[in-house]
Ligand binder design. Structure first.
Ligand code: ZN
Ligand code: ZN
Length: 281
């Protein structure tokens, strides 16, 4: 299993960090967990062009995690010789969101069908939405995926994915504070991928920006670096993979982030930049 941080950014625009998205490759499948800003550019950087994407898994419907799903849907369709419907697994609300995207894309779909005989002969820009709930499991080939409740309230429902292939386990958490569902999902995992914020920096920057009060609100519903490390320890994971950096990590700042996590977790700690990967067979 190979896990690549496609985008380590957040809603805050960054010139260097794409939006939240993680590629999980196992058993010949390429799963994209969340589809943030620039997902297509980073997929190409990870040598996984859009036609090779097997499925999309969404942790929740916040804009930073879904804003380039439309690009993935379109580009996968037009770049595939014979496109198959793109499976999209996500929480309740995913169907409504995807219906809206398809409506937005319908004119472009029409232009391309009119212009290209082979696209017209196919099934169009098809997707296959599966709304899934915590407690459910499903398989993609010989990959097993269980769905776990996370806590990102007031955003609800939000979910995380425990992905197992050949005995290797990855827990993909999305945005959440520590909670029982997260602990269940991470138990003894080889890899625990967690979106994080730096509480100290958020508190430092908040008074300096016009939207400072709103900026502080992000502390309510994300794991801090320290909380992610505490969850990793508590759940006996082998490797903690941090992403979704708020604020974006400046070049050379990685050791500082690493040190904050290392105070609470003695296993391997992996920090971006984009396209950083970990793997285990
Ligand atoms: Zn987010
Ligand atoms: Zn979120």
């Amino acid at each position: 299993m190979k896990i690549t941080l496609l985008g380590t950014g957040s809603p805050l625009p960054s010139a260097t960090c794409a939006g939240p998205s993680t590629l999980v490759q196992a058993g010949g499948h390429n799963l994209v967990v969340d589809t943030g800003r620039g997902v297509i550019m980073r997929l190409v950087g990870a040598m996984c062009p859009p036609p090779l994407v097997s499925a999309v898994l969404l942790t929740h419907l916040h804009s930073d995690h879904i804003c380039d799903l439309n690009d993935l849907i379109t580009t996968r369709w037009i770049a595939s010789p014979a496109a198959t419907p793109l499976p999209i697994y996500g929480p309740v609300g995913t169907q409504k969101m995807v219906d809206g995207l398809l409506a937005m894309l319908s004119q472009d779909e029409g232009y391309r069908m009119e212009h290209h005989d082979d696209l017209r002969a196919g099934a169009g820009m098809a997707v296959e939405v599966h709304e899934i709930h915590a407690g459910e499991s499903f398989s993609l080939g010989d990959i097993q995926i269980s769905v776990h409740a996370t806590d990102h309230r007031p955003v609800s429902p939000t979910i995380g994915f425990r992905i197992t292939h050949n005995g290797v386990v990855a827990a993909l958490a999305g945005d959440t504070i520590p909670c029982d569902g997260l602990y269940d999902m991470c138990q003894n995992a080889d890899f625990y991928v967690q979106t994080v914020v730096r509480e100290d920096l958020v508190r430092t920057f908040a008074p300096l920006v016009p939207t400072g009060e709103r900026f502080l609100d992000i502390l309510d519903y994300h794991s801090t670096v320290q909380q992610a490390a505490q969850t990793a320890s508590r759940c006996n994971v082998k490797s903690l993979v941090l992403t979704h950096f708020v604020p974006a990590i400046q070049p050379g700042q990685e050791p500082e982030w690493h040190a904050l996590a290392a105070e609470h977790f003695s296993g391997e700690i992996v920090i971006g930049p984009d396209l950083t990967f970990v793997e285990k067979e």
